[in-house]
Design a protein around this ligand. Structure first.
Ligand SMILES: Cc1cc2nc3c(=O)[nH]c(=O)nc-3n(C[C@H](O)[C@H](O)[C@H](O)COP(=O)(O)O)c2cc1C
Length: 359
């Protein structure tokens, strides 16, 4: 089993990953104010791509200014970003890791204090001060995702991930409670998912043949209905336009919240789908070597590590050399995180995550 972990894995459009441990996308707030790559962000992520991750994903990078959801977030919204992104791609790939940019529009979660614009969403949502996008504007959002992917390709990245999870704009479209549109992007579950499929189709058309495209979905919270998310996943797998589906579960062992789905793991609803040539990655509390093997034994093709990758820049090497490796116990000190390559800004962001940083 361990041997299989460190064997090459091929994606259906041609790229390869040298092992089954990927770095999950992690917002780190270290970019320059205008979205350009900073030395801090370059250092933190290349330290990880150099240390065994078969695939290294950037944090969610905003596809347009009105989609910026965090201070110090990486931008991919205009051509001024390409210079930094090119340096980033080159660095991330220098030791054989696959380099992927995650693409995000924050929607109602992109605050006016950052963007100086009113937040937008699938529909008017006064609670979030958000206004619903017109059909024309939805087309423009789709186009901006596609243009961002083209920029990623130009910069030398191996692919992009479309962020359809965690309550950001695409997830707001998927949500039956947040999306009350009456055009082709609202109503039926198929209509609410249309924006994701049009983005994937557009990227596939515009980028080179072996460009790696993935979609991240999260099946719970933010009004998601598990049954509907399973259907979106099923279609993404059947159509085979993406290379991998990234399921963000927050805990790969958990059971679903919805009563009718209880009795088996949330992950199993996705591992049991016919995935054709598409690979399935899972994220959520992969903290030990046993977790990595367990998730794969239970049907995932590979894992994405988030917090374990923050705690151990060389998590894959640790898993390879120690069968019983476990991530350090939380909370950790600020100095510990600085030694792991996080800047002060990122350390302070991690301090806002419950129980991660010692007081
Ligand atoms: C500090 C931090 C930043 C994150 N940023 C992103 C992000 O930019 N995009 C995303 O899809 N998920 C993001 N996530 C979620 C992670 O990718 C991952 O799915 C989640 O942390 C569960 O995995 P873990 O238990 O291994 O950390 C973030 C999580 C953390 C802890």
């Amino acid at each position: 089993m361990k041997k299989k972990l460190f064997e090459e894995l091929s994606f259906n459009h041609g790229t390869k990953m040298s092992n089954r441990i990927a770095m999950a996308p992690l917002t780190n707030m270290q970019s320059h104010d205008d979205g350009r790559l900073s030395d801090d962000e370059y250092k933190w992520l290349t330290m990880r791509s150099d240390a065994g991750f078969g695939l290294t994903m950037t944090c969610g990078a905003f596809t347009e200014l009105n989609g910026k959801g965090f201070p110090g977030q990486l931008g991919i919204h205009n051509d001024d970003m390409i210079e930094g992104l090119s340096r980033f791609a080159e660095g991330l790939k220098r030791n054989g890791s696959l380099a992927i940019v995650q693409l995000i529009h924050g929607g109602m979660r992109a605050g006016e204090e950052l963007t100086r614009m009113q937040p937008v969403s699938a529909s008017d949502l006064p609670k979030y001060n958000a206004r619903g996008l017109s059909t024309e504007e939805v087309k423009s959002v789709i186009n901006n995702y596609i243009e961002a992917a083209v920029r990623a390709e130009k910069a030398g990245f191996d692919g992009v991930e479309v962020h359809g999870a965690h309550g950001y704009l695409l997830c707001q479209f998927l949500s039956p409670t947040l999306n009350s549109r009456t055009d082709q992007y609202g109503g039926s579950s198929e209509n609410r998912a249309r924006i994701i499929f049009e983005i994937v189709d557009g990227i596939r058309e515009r980028c080179r043949e072996d460009f790696n495209i993935s979609v991240r979905l999260s099946p719970e919270r933010f009004g998601m209905k598990l049954g509907e998310v399973i259907e979106v996943a099923r279609r993404l797998l059947l159509e085979e336009k993406i290379d991998f589906l990234d399921m963000s579960l927050w805990d790969y062992r958990k059971e679903p919240e919805e009563a009718e789905f209880k009795g088996k793991s949330l992950m199993s609803y996705f591992t049991e789908l016919d995935r054709k040539s598409v690979l399935l990655g899972v994220a959520g509390k992969i903290m030990t070597a046993a977790d990595v093997m367990n998730a794969i034994e239970h049907g995932a093709d590979f894992v994405l590590a988030g917090r374990a990758a923050i705690l151990h820049h060389d998590f894959p090497l640790k898993v390879k050399s120690e069968t019983d490796f476990e991530s350090v116990k939380l909370p950790v000190s600020r100095d510990y995180l600085k030694d792991e390559g996080l800047s002060n800004t990122f350390v302070e962001y991690m301090a806002s995550w419950d129980g991660f940083v010692a007081a």
